[in-house]
Design a binder for this molecule. Structure first.
Ligand code: CA2
Length: 146
C-alpha cells in the first residue's frame, strides 16, 4: 500500500449535519469520514482524515504531508477564498491535490466564486453535496495508484 491520502476539512465543517442542512445536507462529518473509510478499504488506499477551525493547523498538516501522504483532498471551507498561506503550503507539497466543496460555490455569493486553492488543485468538485468527497477519493486513488 502507498502512503495514505490526507483528507482535510477547514473551519466550521465540524458543524456538518448540525446546522444549515438546506446548504450542506444532513450527514455529519463523522458520517462522511466513515463513508470515506469504507471506500478507502474498497479501493485499497490508506486514509487520514482531519478537521480544524485554525488556518495554522491546516498549514502544519499540509507541511507534514510532504513525506507522509500520497495526495491531499481538501475542503478549505471559508479559507478557500482568503488563504494564500494554505495555497503556499499546498504548493510545497509534491503529490496530487483535489479540492472539494459541498455546495456549488459559483451559485452562491460572489465572494465565494474565487478559491486560492483551485490554482494548485488537479481537480475541483463543487455542488455534489457530501458525495463529492467520495468522488474525489475515487479520483485520488486512481491518481496515486497509476
Ligand atoms: O461548500 C463548501 O464546502 C464550502 O467550502 C463550505 C464553507 C464555505 O465557507 C465555502 O464557501 C464553501 C463553509 C463551511 C461551513 O460548514 C457548515 C456546515 C454546517 C453548518 C454550518 C456551517
Amino acid at each position: 500500500m502507498t502512503q495514505p491520502i490526507l483528507v482535510l476539512n477547514g473551519p466550521n465543517l465540524n458543524l456538518l449535519g448540525l446546522r444549515q442542512p438546506e446548504i450542506y445536507g444532513r450527514e455529519t462529518l463523522g458520517d462522511v469520514e466513515a463513508a470515506l473509510g469504507r471506500l478507502a478499504t474498497e479501493l485499497g488506499v490508506g486514509l487520514d482524515c482531519r478537521q480544524s477551525n485554525h488556518e495554522g493547523a491546516l498549514v502544519d498538516w499540509i507541511q507534514g504531508a510532504r513525506d507522509a501522504a500520497a495526495g491531499i483532498i481538501i475542503n478549505p471551507g471559508a479559507y478557500s477564498h482568503t488563504s494564500v498561506a494554505i495555497l503556499d503550503a499546498l504548493n510545497a507539497f509534491e503529490g496530487p491535490v483535489l479540492e472539494v466543496h459541498i455546495s456549488n460555490i459559483h451559485k452562491r455569493e460572489v465572494f465565494r466564486h474565487h478559491s486560492f486553492v483551485s490554482a494548485r488543485a488537479e481537480g475541483v468538485i463543487a455542488g455534489f453535496g457530501t458525495e463529492g468527497y467520495l468522488l474525489a477519493l475515487r479520483r485520488m486513488a486512481s491518481l496515486v495508484q497509476s
